[in-house]
Design a protein around this ligand. Structure first.
Ligand code: HEC
Length: 721
């Protein structure tokens, strides 16, 4: 059987002529781009490390970036790339690093915020950065990477800014988004991608009513000039405009942004770009309609940005259920034919598989009626959602009494049971509600931004996932009685409008977002204003608010009694009025017991192998051990996880990602754990596999800082002794 497959594969590769490039193992021996190679499959054909010797892996080198900040929960989410023996990676404070990939020795270090080679200040415009892009021609080599609202071009050899690119070495991610977005928060977490001489990029924007539009753009890699823009929120006279019923929505609604990266079929010249949900995430009353091209997979002509085909994963999303990673290109055997396909894993726990050329689903997808009863006033949920009939979902999707965590104390169990009964639960895609709606898979998946790995030879997809229930609870916004307010009243109102979704109405934080009850100890008024102007990592920037509004928020958050009584006299603009909603989101709250234990039964982290030829599951295992439950003697609980796996030709699946801080190797055929080691801090990132002078390495960023873990500053490379 195996032999036959190998033969079929080789034959197909030969018949496909030049397109075979993509499938020959050569293509998979380096890691010159994020996710390994152009197919985005996180696969390595290197075979020095295999199932028989993986247990002998040792640390080859560790590089400490020196700029972690535990107080600020700094992180490293970067999947490093390796070109000509040089590793390009990003530090917690977003310095760009060039390391000797064999020894971990620093070659150079770049940061836009300091010309001297000292360590940059952490409190500067920090976005999460999941990797960088490399480009070369005969004369030069460039690295592109994003800090704040800019993409920088840096000389890959010298580490110097390429001042001839864009505006003094950088392009501004606001370019082409329109006047309305000029002051709105825009950055990019995913690396840009290169097609010929174009640099394609998506963005991260706010998730609230102040979101910038998520249009996808291509810039000239040499000059930085804008070459094309695809309006992910269509404008009048463009196709899809009719899916936004409110006539103001196209101009004032944002989101539908490609935050998760994209994958380019270099031979076909097609870019596959998923898009995020439309803003705001949890109430769609100002954007009635299906909301194209939010929550879509877009197949765009990479040279022109013209739409080839699209598929919408969620219609009129009010759950933040967007696709969560760059898709993977592969070739499957389907009904006896070899089909070039594109695969997408989602937060909802599905795998969608399409014919790359036509967009036709390879397994049936059923438009399935969903329960929209109890939709919040003013909104209109879509009556159906597309559900793939195959492969089966890789996580649990409902939470009933039988699913309550059996390892809780009697009291905790009863508390959870009563709360569960008070919520809306039992099906996916139920409307958000005042009483609370159980969201499972949660806001962080299912599958998350690490994305899956795919073995191009066997067509097996490996996906790590979270299984954590969250609560989507909305509350009514009281109508203002009069416009005569003082700074405290205005500050409270503006805080509720812009900040509660993450920090909670009591300032105590929610989900992964910090409490800011003691912000006055860290920030004086000017420092606070500066902070909210730039944002930091998952905190968006609020630069666009008017000075008086920021002062009022500062008065409230910093508890500045002197400023309280001043009269607040600002008239709302048209955009302000549009942004007023009858409901607000009360926070990113996981369904936990009062002592912080998951209400849902384990496993909370899983790893699943799915054969994309047949749609069948190959194996499934837990991923990680929760230390709290391990201490109680409960093993194999899995933990929440962020960052993806890599798969090797020689039979291994490597993954860190868990909050227990381990790095593991599984047998790719059986899911059996073959090796594990403790990292200096959890590796919430995807590893990279490469070789230098015939020696194979695997490297992982250990930045910690998520899920309450300590921050780290290390890149750790492993090799055989
Ligand atoms: C989308 C979620 C989100 C929203 C909305 C948000 N924040 Fe934050 N905020 C964060 C996160 C995440 C951090 C931690 C940032 C980091 O990683 O350094 C943070 C940090 C902060 C801090 C610093 C805390 C510390 O101890 O260093 C302050 C102050 C703050 N936010 C105030 C605000 C205010 C005021 C608003 C509304 C105008 C707001 N935030 C809106 C997510 C958010």
């Amino acid at each position: 059987m195996k032999r036959y497959w190998f033969f079929a594969f080789t034959l197909a590769a030969l018949l496909m002529g030049c397109a075979c490039n993509q499938h020959t193992p050569d293509r998979y021996s380096g890691w010159a781009m994020v996710n390994g190679n152009a197919t985005g499959n996180k696969y390595s054909a290197l075979s020095e490390i295999d199932t028989s010797n993986v247990s002998r892996l040792r640390v080859a080198w560790i590089y400490h970036t020196g700029d972690a900040d535990t107080a600020a929960h700094s992180q490293i989410q970067c999947n490093p790339i390796v070109v000509n023996g040089v590793m390009y990676a990003v530090s917690p404070a977003l310095a760009l690093l060039a390391l000797d990939a064999a020894t971990g020795t620093l070659k150079w270090r770049f940061h836009p915020n300091n010309s001297a080679n000292g360590l940059p200040k952490l409190n500067f415009n920090l976005n999460n950065n999941r990797g960088v892009a490399y480009w070369n021609n005969k004369k030069e080599e460039r690295i592109f990477y994003t800090v704040g609202e800019h993409i920088y071009a840096v000389d890959a050899i010298t580490g110097k800014l390429i001042t001839g690119f864009g505006n003094e070495g950088k392009i501004n991610l606001h370019e082409g988004l329109g006047d309305h977005a000029a002051n709105l928060f825009v950055t990019a977490t995913s690396a840009p991608v290169v097609f010929q001489n174009l640099l394609l990029t998506g963005t991260r924007v706010s998730e609230d009513m102040d979101a910038a539009p998520g249009h996808i753009r291509a810039f000239d890699v040499r000059t930085g000039a804008l070459k094309w823009i695809f309006h992910t929120i269509p404008q009048p006279n463009e196709r899809g405009y009719e899916t936004w019923e409110n006539p103001e929505a196209w101009r004032l609604t944002g989101g539908a942004n490609n935050w998760m990266g994209m994958t380019i079929d270099q031979e076909r010249g097609i870019v596959y770009a998923p898009t995020g949900s439309a803003a705001m995430d949890f109430y769609g009353g100002k954007r009635i309609g299906a909301n194209l091209y939010a929550d879509c997979l877009l197949a765009l002509d990479a040279a022109t940005g013209k739409l080839r085909w699209h598929f919408q994963y969620v219609h009129h999303d009010t759950w933040d259920y967007d696709p969560s990673s760059a898709p993977v290109l592969l070739t499957v055997k389907h009904n006896g034919n070899r089909v070039d396909a594109v695969a997408q894993t989602t937060k909802t726990g599905f795998v969608f598989l399409f014919n790359r050329e036509t967009g036709e689903p390879l397994f049936p997808i059923a438009e399935t009626p969903v329960d929209t009863s109890g939709t919040l006033a003013g909104d209109r949920l879509w009556p159906t959602q597309p559900i793939p009939q195959k492969p089966a979902p890789f996580v649990r999707q409902t939470f009933l009494e039988k699913d309550i965590n059996p390892y809780l104390s009697k009291e905790e169990y009863e508390e959870v049971r009563l709360r569960l009964m008070s919520y809306r639960t039992g099906k996916m895609f139920m409307p958000g509600s005042l009483q609370g709606t159980v969201i499972l898979p949660g806001f962080d998946g299912g599958a998350e931004w690490g994305g899956p790995a795919v073995d191009p030879v066997t067509g097996v997809l490996y996906v790590n996932a979270n299984e954590m229930a969250w609560i989507l609870k909305m509350e009514e916004v009281k109508k203002e009685k009069s416009r005569s307010e003082n700074y405290l009243q205005a500050g409270t109102r503006l805080y509720q409008q812009h900040c509660t979704s993450c920090h909670g109405s009591d300032l105590r934080g929610s989900g992964n977002y910090p409490a800011i009850t003691n912000a006055y100890e860290k920030f004086d008024q000017p420092a606070f204003i500066q902070f909210i102007n730039t944002g930091r990592r998952m905190m968006p920037a609020f630069n666009y608010l008017r000075a008086e509004e920021k002062d009022a928020i500062a008065a409230f958050v910093l508890n500045n009694k002197e400023a309280y009584q001043k009269k607040f006299e600002m008239q709302p603009t048209a955009a302000d009025t549009f942004r007023q909603l009858p409901y607000r989101f009360t926070g990113y709250n996981k369904f936990l017991t009062p002592s912080g234990k998951p209400a849902l039964a384990p496993p909370w982290g899983t790893l699943t192998a799915i054969d994309l030829n047949t749609g069948g599951q190959v194996w499934k295992t837990v991923l990680g051990d929760d230390p709290v439950f391990a201490a109680q003697g409960v093993k194999e609980t899995g933990t929440e996880n962020y960052g993806g796996p890599v798969v090797t030709q020689s039979g291994l699946l490597f993954i860190a990602a868990t909050k227990d801080g381990m790095f593991r190797a599984f047998h790719k055929g059986t899911g059996k754990l073959l090796w594990e080691t403790r990292l200096p801090a959890p590796g919430f990132a995807t590893p990279s596999v490469y070789e230098v002078n015939g020696k194979q390495f695997i490297v992982i960023a250990c930045g910690g800082g998520k899920l309450g873990t300590v921050s780290g500053d290390a890149y750790v490379a492993f090799a055989l002794p």
